[in-house]
Ligand binder design. Structure first.
Ligand SMILES: [Zn+2]
Length: 106
């Protein structure tokens, strides 16, 4: 893994750290992580950029664990039936409604 630093000026976008997942604003320096084959992984926050190698790895592993837990939860939820609840308004996309409900909106 390589951490590349470069100067930045002008627009300061809000970004999600590729290493820890926290949202941050890119200021005057952009820190980007590349894997060992030179492929960009993404931009990292100031805390991750300033972390020691061991701390950076720990932050990445912690974020990877959270992503895996979220992926597992999504996989579990995807097995459930889908039902639409709530108030129906004219702007409700037809694809969310059955044919009968769409006819009732006209
Ligand atoms: Zn970070």
């Amino acid at each position: 893994m390589e951490l590349r630093l470069r100067r930045h000026s002008g627009f300061h976008p809000r970004w999600q750290c590729a290493a820890c997942g926290e949202w941050f604003v890119i200021d005057n320096v952009i820190a980007s992580v590349y894997d060992s084959s030179g492929v960009a992984v993404g931009e990292v926050c100031e805390r991750c950029a300033a972390a020691s190698a061991d701390e950076l790895r720990a932050r990445m592993r912690n974020y990877a664990g959270a992503l895996l837990a979220q992926a597992e939860r999504l996989e579990w939820i995807a097995r459930e039936d889908v039902r639409v609840t709530g108030r129906v308004v004219a702007e409700t996309p037809a694809r969310l409604l059955g044919e009968r409900e769409v006819g009732m909106l006209v």
